[in-house]
Design a protein around this ligand. Structure first.
Ligand SMILES: Cc1cc2nc3c(=O)[nH]c(=O)nc-3n(C[C@H](O)[C@H](O)[C@H](O)COP(=O)(O)OP(=O)(O)OC[C@H]3O[C@@H](n4cnc5c(N)ncnc54)[C@H](O)[C@@H]3O)c2cc1C
Ligand SMILES: *[C@@H]1O[C@H](CO)[C@@H](O)[C@H](O)[C@H]1NC(C)=O
Ligand SMILES: *[C@@H]1O[C@H](CO)[C@@H](O)[C@H](O)[C@H]1NC(C)=O
Ligand SMILES: *[C@@H]1O[C@H](CO)[C@@H](O)[C@H](O)[C@H]1NC(C)=O
Ligand SMILES: *[C@@H]1O[C@H](CO)[C@@H](O)[C@H](O)[C@H]1NC(C)=O
Length: 521
């Protein structure tokens, strides 16, 4: 390598700086690791240490590196290259900005009242807060997601649990938030449905700025049960799907399209003194042996549909049993229903002697779209039809994910970009809530990494987007899906969002590809 001589003429210096920046740009990746870029053009990663530190980095970037964009990063629990724009970007990691403070809660507060509140910083994860609250007799209720996900990341991207009866958007539990705007100033936005700033901040895609702190509602800790039954496919496709979900605190369906079965999982509270059991759920961890077996079988399924058929058969069998252990003894729990503390049963985490499946190289593609729940039967029958069209050609398609196709639900919640908003110009009835079709599929570790009959997955996505009012989950879809589904979003809400975006971030330093696709720049 040539070292530039000290006598480099001055006019060349900026060019050299530019070259250095470009030459060192690298990829940032998702939780799945280095083969899974979330950003393509990262200049540097800053491990933030505090809210003030994040604001200082934004300010210094504005003054010294005005050509760089900035994006926050939580735990990388997203699927595709949609975190950043393709322009050079500084990543600000929030992991170490994780204080929990100002808990205002007493166990005497009724479970069903407005509850108490707590402030968490951007990087606090669900399990960190759950542990903190459980020790103090509190919980966040049902506005939660998977364990190792940050509050900043989940609020930004409109993450949610599955419930029609209870508020289930994480943002629905937020009372106020502090956002570091495009000038590096901290702005507080307080819940107020008449305020466009709140309606934009509620699901902001990180485009207003870095969510630095959020104030959350908290409730009394409760014990809950988890129950699961197996149903024939026709009983769901022709059944009262709304009626299967709405009565419970949280409920969902898992679809096994090859076996033509569903699992119906539902949860609700029980009196705390009614059970000594302390069930702990595990959705994502496996032993090394299981991981190797699954990987071998599913990789062969890239070419051999019989392997996928066998895999679905095995997964359905395993998923019929409780994926829970007794927390106090670490013993497997054999029978439904399972009881335990709110967070342990609703989410849980990893078993102490296992690792998350992705740490063994098991990765997935996914697609998630939300539809008005009033169209649940019609949408699911359309998907069935697409599976049957393949069968007619002699091609058997299956679910290649350990928990099948995940069918979730959402209570209506009003904001501009959320998956479960309503009063939209599409004329669809979103007022009863939404059904989400979340279709994860195994990503082969071999060859070109394409799936068996790859085009089927694109056909499912395109058909649903073109034939139904539907909205994408903001971290579980490809750029192509965002581009194709943008036509289904309410243009008035997009316009109002954009106006707030321009006030918060006039220079567009937080810009990313999703915002570009939605026409915000
Ligand atoms: C195994 C698994 C299970 C999941 N379960 C659910 C689920 O049950 N329900 C659901 O809805 N989703 C679920 N998700 C998706 C997940 O909730 C979202 O992808 C979430 O955004 C990830 O948060 P994170 O902390 O990992 O952020 P990252 O993945 O690091 O970032 C995601 C996006 O948010 C932005 N961002 C992150 N932090 C901030 C911040 N402080 N301010 C502004 N923008 C920010 C990033 O720039 C990026 O665009 C799951 C994902 C995985 C991998
Ligand atoms: C930031 O922290 C992560 C995790 O601790 C570490 O892997 C990474 O090297 C750190 N990056 C920088 C730039 O310090
Ligand atoms: C959470 O995610 C981080 C990556 O950001 C990882 O290092 C850590 O091991 C994960 N924790 C658990 C409990 O999975
Ligand atoms: C990064 O951004 C620069 C400047 O816009 C561009 O020339 C380059 O092609 C980008 N690199 C990637 C990998 O996108
Ligand atoms: C939705 O529309 C109805 C009927 O026009 C109206 O009464 C209601 O206030 C609207 N809700 C929101 C949150 O905009």
């Amino acid at each position: 390598m040539m070292i530039p001589p000290l006598t480099t003429p001055l006019p060349l210096l900026p060019l050299l700086l530019l070259l250095t920046t470009t030459a060192t740009a690298f990829e940032y990746h998702t939780f799945d690791g280095p083969d899974f870029p979330s950003c393509h053009n990262v200049s540097r990663v800053h491990n933030a240490t505090s809210v003030a530190d994040m604001a200082a980095v934004v300010k210094s970037a504005l003054h010294q590196e005005p050509n760089l964009r900035v994006r926050a990063a939580g735990k990388g629990h997203m699927w595709y290259d949609t975190q950043c724009s393709d322009e050079p970007t500084i990543i600000i990691r929030t992991e170490n900005v994780a204080a929990i403070s100002e808990l205002d809660f007493s166990p005497k507060m009724e479970e069903d009242s407005e509850g108490g509140s707590v402030w968490v910083e951007a990087g606090v994860t669900f399990f960190q807060l759950a542990e903190y609250l459980h020790a103090r007799g509190a919980s966040v209720g049902y506005t939660l997601t998977n364990w190792n996900i940050s509050f900043g990341g989940s609020v930004a991207m409109g993450a949610h649990r599955s419930s029609i009866r209870e508020e289930s958007m994480v943002a629905a539990g937020v009372l106020a938030m502090d956002i570091i705007d495009g000038r590096g100033e901290v702005r507080r936005v307080v819940r107020d449905e008449r305020d466009d700033e709140w309606l934009a901040a509620s699901t902001s895609l990180g485009l207003l700025g870095i969510i630095a702190r959020v104030q959350l509602r908290v409730y009394g800790d409760t014990k809950v049960y988890a129950e699961q039954v197996t149903l024939d496919e026709k009983d769901v496709l022709d059944g009262d799907i709304y009626g299967m979900i709405a009565p419970y605190a949280t409920a969902n369906l898992w679809w096994w399209p090859y076996k033509r079965k569903f699992h119906h999982r539902y949860y609700d509270t029980v009196p705390t003194n009614s059970t000594p059991q302390e069930g702990f759920q595990n959705t994502f961890s496996v032993t090394k042996l299981e991981a190797i077996a699954a990987r071998t079988l599913l990789d062969s399924g890239k070419y051999l549909p019989t392997s996928n058929m066998l895999a679905e058969e095995i997964f359905l069998g395993l998923w019929s049993k409780p994926n829970f252990r007794e927390k106090t003894t670490n013993e497997e729990i054999g029978d439904w229903p399972v009881h335990g503390w709110n967070y342990d049963v609703l989410i849980g985490g990893l078993y102490p002697d296992q690792k998350a499946e992705w740490e063994y190289g098991l990765a997935a593609y996914t697609l998630e779209l939300a539809f008005p729940v009033t169209l649940a039967n019609k949408m699911m029958k359309r998907v069935r039809h697409l599976f049957d069209d393949e069968l007619k050609k002699g091609i058997v398609m299956t679910s290649t994910y350990r928990s099948g196709i995940n069918i979730k639900f959402g209570k209506p919640y009003f904001d501009f970009l959320g998956q479960v908003t309503y009063n939209t110009t599409d004329g669809a009835d979103w007022s009863k809530g939404a059904i989400m079709f979340d279709f994860p599929s195994y990503r082969p570790t071999i060859g070109d990494h394409k799936r068996f009959n790859e085009q089927f997955y694109h056909k499912v996505a395109n058909t649903l987007i073109d034939e139904f009012p539907c909205r994408p989950h903001w971290t579980k879809n490809t750029r192509e899906v965002f581009a194709r589904s943008a036509k289904n979003l309410d243009p008035n809400y997009l316009r109002r969002f954009k106006a707030v975006r321009e006030r918060f971030d006039p220079q567009g330093i937080y810009r990313n590809v999703v915002g570009e696709i939605l026409g915000f720049y």
